[in-house]
Design a protein around this ligand. Structure first.
Ligand code: PMM
Length: 277
C-alpha cells in the first residue's frame, strides 16, 4: 500500500501532493512502483494534528480517488468519516482504511457493511490532539490484541463480513516507540484476531529515534527509507498481509525476496488466505 496524503501537514509528505494533478501523478507512480493499493488521505493524523471538516477532507481526496480509480489503480481511502468513506466508494475506492477502527464515527461500520467494502480497522484510542496522553498499557501486546479483538467483534456484529476485514496495530497512535518495537516483535500475537494484518511503520518516529545521531537528534523522516524496508522485510517474513509505505519500490522488492525465500523453503506465498482486497 503506497501512501498518498493530500494534506498540508502530514509528518513526512505534508504539502507535497496538495495539488490534485500532482497527487494523481504520484499515485500513478506508486502503482507503477508495485503498490497493490494507493491509500489516499485528506486528514493528517500526525501527533497533535487537529481535525479538518468533512467538506475539506472530501475536496482533497475525492478528485484524486476518482482519477486514480479511472486509471485502473486500486485505491483505498484513509478516513475516519463515514460520509467520506461512502463518497470515496462512490468515486471508485476499493477499500476503506480507518485509523479509528470505527470508533471515531458511529456510522462507519454501517456504511462499510452495506457496501460490503474491504475495511482496515486500526488500533486507536483517541484523536491525534489527545493521543499522546492515552499511551498507558499494562502489556502493550496483550492490550492492543484485546482492544482490537473487541473492535473486530463490534464490526462483525455491525454486519461487516469477516472476509472483508483486516486489522492494524496502529504504530505511533497512542503508542511510544518502545510500544511500537514490542508490537513489531510480537506480530504473531495478533494472529489470534483471525484477520489479515496491515503494518504502517513507514518513516515513523520510532525509526527516527532508533537512528538518532550522537546528539540524540532523530534521523529526518526522508532518511528513514532503509529502516522502513527492514521493517517490511520482517513484516513479510511474519506473514503480514500488507505494509503501508511512502516509498513503494524497496518494500515491493523486499516482499518479493521474502516470498522467494519462503518458496525455496517449500512454503507457499506468505500472504494469508482471505485477504480482503
Ligand atoms: N498511519 C498513518 C496514517 N494512516 N493507516 C493505517 N492503517 N496504519 C497506519 O499506521 C497509518 C494509517 C500516519 O502516517 P502518515 O502521516 O505517513 O500517513
Amino acid at each position: 500500500m503506497g501512501v498518498l496524503n493530500t494534506t498540508p501537514d502530514s509528518f513526512s509528505d505534508g504539502g507535497a501532493w496538495l495539488d490534485a494533478h500532482a497527487a494523481v501523478r504520484h499515485g500513478l507512480a506508486l502503482a507503477a512502483d508495485g503498490a497493490d493499493l494507493v491509500d489516499v488521505g485528506g486528514e493528517s493524523t500526525r501527533p497533535g494534528a487537529s481535525r479538518v471538516d468533512a467538506e475539506e477532507e472530501q475536496r482533497r481526496v475525492l478528485p484524486v480517488v476518482r482519477a486514480l480509480a479511472a486509471e485502473g489503480v486500486a485505491v483505498s481511502v484513509d478516513t475516519m468519516r463515514a460520509s467520506t468513506a461512502a463518497a470515496a466508494l462512490d468515486a471508485g475506492a476499493a477499500l476503506v482504511n480507518d485509523v479509528s477502527g470505527g470508533l471515531a464515527d458511529p456510522s462507519m461500520s454501517g456504511v462499510v457493511a452495506e457496501r460490503e467494502a474491504p475495511y482496515v480497522a486500526m488500533h486507536w484510542r483517541g484523536h491525534s490532539d489527545v493521543m499522546s496522553g492515552l499511551s498507558d498499557y499494562d502489556d502493550v501486546v496483550a492490550d492492543v490484541r484485546d482492544e482490537l479483538a473487541a473492535r473486530v467483534q463490534a464490526l462483525l456484529a455491525a454486519g461487516i463480513r469477516a472476509d472483508r476485514l483486516a486489522v492494524d496495530p496502529g504504530l505511533g497512535f497512542a503508542k511510544t516507540g518502545e510500544h511500537g518495537w514490542s508490537l513489531l516483535a510480537h506480530l504473531d500475537a495478533l494472529d489470534a484476531l483471525g484477520a489479515p494484518l496491515l503494518v504502517g511503520a513507514s518513516r515513523k518516529g520510532m525509526l527516527g529515534a532508533l537512528l538518532a545521531d550522537e546528539s540524540g537528534t532523530p534521523r529526518p523522516a526522508d532518511r528513514r527509507e532503509d529502516a522502513t524496508t527492514a521493517v517490511t522485510t520482517l513484516a513479510a517474513a511474519a506473514g503480514v498481509w500488507c505494509v503501508r509505505v511512502h516509498e513503494v519500490r524497496p518494500s515491493a522488492d523486499a516482499v518479493r525476496v521474502v516470498a522467494r525465500v519462503l518458496a525455496a523453503r517449500g512454503c507457499v506465498a506468505p500472504v494469508p488466505a482471505g485477504s480482503p482486497a
